[in-house]
Design a protein around this ligand. Structure first.
Ligand code: FE2
Ligand code: FE2
Length: 267
C-alpha cells in the first residue's frame, strides 16, 4: 500500500498546485491514499469549509492540522462533523475536533491518522508523547496502518517521537517548519520517519509569506500584513510504502513537484 503525505498547504497557490497536479501524481506513482497537512491552506493560516471542499475534490483523502487549526472559525463545524480531519491530539479534550481520524481506503484497509504539536518554541500544550500513547491505546487493534503527523519546530523532538513510536505506527512524518529535511529513513521496528516533509506553496517567500513584508517587519519592528507569496510554487511531501496487514513501512522517499508558471497562469 502506498501513502502520499503532503506538507503544509499554504494559501491559494498551495491549493492550486494540489488542484492541478495531484491526480497526475496519484496516477504516476500509483498512490492508494493521500493525506495532507492543511493548517495554512486558507489565506496562509487556518482552513475554511470551501478550502476543505476544494482539497477533497482534488483527491485528498484525509487532513491533518496544526497550531493554526482554529484561525478560520468556520472550520470548527467540519472538524466536528467530518471523520477525515484531525486537530492536534495534545489539545484539551474539550477543544473542538477529533484526536484521531479513521478512514477506510478504496481497498478496504483502515488507516488511523493523527497529529500532535511539539513543545519546543511553541505554545504550551499537553505532552505529545503521552497524547499519542493514549490515542494508540484507544484504537481497535485490527487497525495496523497508522500515520502520525509530528507538527513541531525541533528536529530532535521529531526524532524522539519517531523512536518512541517505532514498531507501533507506520510513519512519523514531520510538518510545521515548511522546510523539508533529507533524513527520511525506515527505523528498525518498521516505522518510516522524516523530520519535515516541507511546504506545498510559494517558495519565493519566507515560509510561504511575502519576503518584503516579513523583511520590513523584522528590520523595523513595524507590523505589516504577512501576505501569502505567489512565485515558485512547489508541492513537497513523502511517499511511504507499507504492508497493510502489519502496518510496517518498507520504503519512504521524498516527493517534490514544481508548478510550471504557465500551468499557474492558465488556471
Ligand atoms: Fe504550524
Ligand atoms: Fe504550517
Amino acid at each position: 500500500m502506498r501513502i502520499l503525505f503532503i506538507g503544509d498547504i499554504v494559501g491559494r497557490p498551495g491549493r492550486k498546485i494540489i488542484e492541478i497536479k495531484l491526480r497526475e501524481i496519484v496516477h504516476e506513482h500509483a498512490i492508494d491514499f493521500v493525506i495532507a497537512n492543511a493548517e495554512n491552506a486558507a489565506g496562509g493560516s487556518g482552513l475554511t469549509r470551501d478550502a476543505y471542499a476544494s482539497l477533497m475534490k482534488s483527491g485528498v483523502h484525509a487532513i491533518t492540522m496544526g497550531d493554526h487549526v482554529y484561525r478560520k472559525s468556520d472550520i470548527v463545524n467540519i472538524l466536528e462533523s467530518c471523520n477525515n480531519i484531525v486537530r492536534p491530539a495534545n489539545f484539551p479534550a474539550s477543544a473542538p475536533g477529533k484526536s484521531v481520524a479513521i478512514v477506510e481506503t478504496l481497498l478496504g484497509t483502515q488507516i488511523a491518522i493523527l497529529t500532535v504539536l511539539g513543545r519546543t518554541f511553541m505554545r504550551p500544550v499537553d505532552c505529545p508523547f503521552g497524547a499519542v500513547d493514549r490515542v494508540l491505546d484507544s484504537l481497535d487493534p485490527t487497525i495496523r496502518v497508522i500515520v502520525v503527523d509530528m507538527h513541531a519546530e525541533a528536529t530532535s523532538d521529531k526524532q524522539l517521537m519517531a523512536r518512541h513510536l517505532d514498531g507501533r505506527v507506520t510513519a512519523v512524518l514531520g510538518t510545521h517548519t515548511h522546510v523539508p529535511t533529507a533524513d527520511e529513513q525506515i527505523l528498525s521496528g518498521g516505522t518510516a520517519m522524516i523530520c519535515d516533509v516541507g511546504m506545498t506553496g510559494p517558495h519565493e517567500s519566507i515560509i510561504g509569506r511575502r519576503v518584503d513584508r516579513v523583511m520590513h517587519t523584522t528590520l523595523h519592528f513595524v507590523p505589516t500584513a504577512f501576505l501569502v507569496a505567489s512565485d515558485d510554487v512547489r508541492l513537497n511531501g513523502a511517499i511511504v510504502d507499507c504492508d497493510p496487514t502489519t502496518g510496517r513501512a518498507h520504503a519512504i522517499r521524498r516527493l517534490r513537484v514544481d508548478l510550471d508558471p504557465l500551468d499557474h497562469a492558465e488556471h
